[in-house]
Design a protein around this ligand. Sequence first.
Ligand SMILES: [Zn+2]
Length: 325
Amino acid sequence: MLIKNWAMNLYDFFEKYPDEASCIEGFKNKRLEMGVACKKCGHTEHYFRKTDLKFQCKKCGNRISLRSGTVMENSNLPFQYWMLCIELMTLSKKSFSALEMQRMIGHKRYEPIWLMMQKIRRLMSKRDEKYTLEGCLEFDEGFFERGYNKDVIEGNKNKDEDEKTLNKRGRGSEKQAKVLVMVESEPSIEAPQKGKPNRKVGYLKMVVMEDLTSKSINKEVGKFVEKTSTILTDGYTGYSKLKEVINHHQVVIEPNKKKSAIIFPWVNRTISNAKKVLLGIHHNCINQQYMQNYLDEFCYKFNRRYFGDKLSDRLMIAALETTWY
Ligand SMILES: [Zn+2]
């Protein structure tokens, strides 16, 4: 089923954008649709020069390149690479490594593809930075191994095996990225169904933290959570001062893992799924510096899980609006 959807989406993509010229045309039209303003005089009507891919202001003659002011501004890669990459990165919940993308696109060098993907991930981050969380929220910490191979990428404190490791290491070790996970989770009014969470999930945020002290946690909560919210946490001391920044804080101490997974269903699930995605693809090494980008990609897709095949279009619009350096 998934493969079929993928194939259909890719089929549609190549029918619409079979070559570089059609990608340039599509990209140009989308930019014009969104409005191009002259940097010199602010006029909004332009000619398009096919010879050097520039818009020329109809009033003052000033020119701007098709890529300027977009995520592609400093890139020499073909438009088709960017558009195909956006298509592929939004096709499924899974994430591609730059090496896979390089092979699929068929480019000689790894670095430009890696950079393109990081820029697309940053687009996703910037999109989600606009939203704050509200209502009832589950909080927890995830420990993501900045590991070197599959064997060491572990750290889900909700699994018994991992619990042992964690106990040895304390609340996360040097090798692990500490991640604060915040997810909107309203108690469901529907009758409970077996195996399904009894809470309705909304928006998700994952933030890589330097440490998990109450000061650091409160700082992120101040940035991303509405003051009127209710936060549900376990008894960890890092959450002890949450009331300084939000109105309601509910602590549930539940040593039984199974019961804990019922009380905090969405932090449990999202942490475990994010780990699977990262582990499946990026098991060679995720640098701390880029960990946030990978998590943002996961959250972006999670937060838009009902968009279906419209997601690549949304991301394309973001690509046109955002310059990333
Ligand atoms: Zn002008």
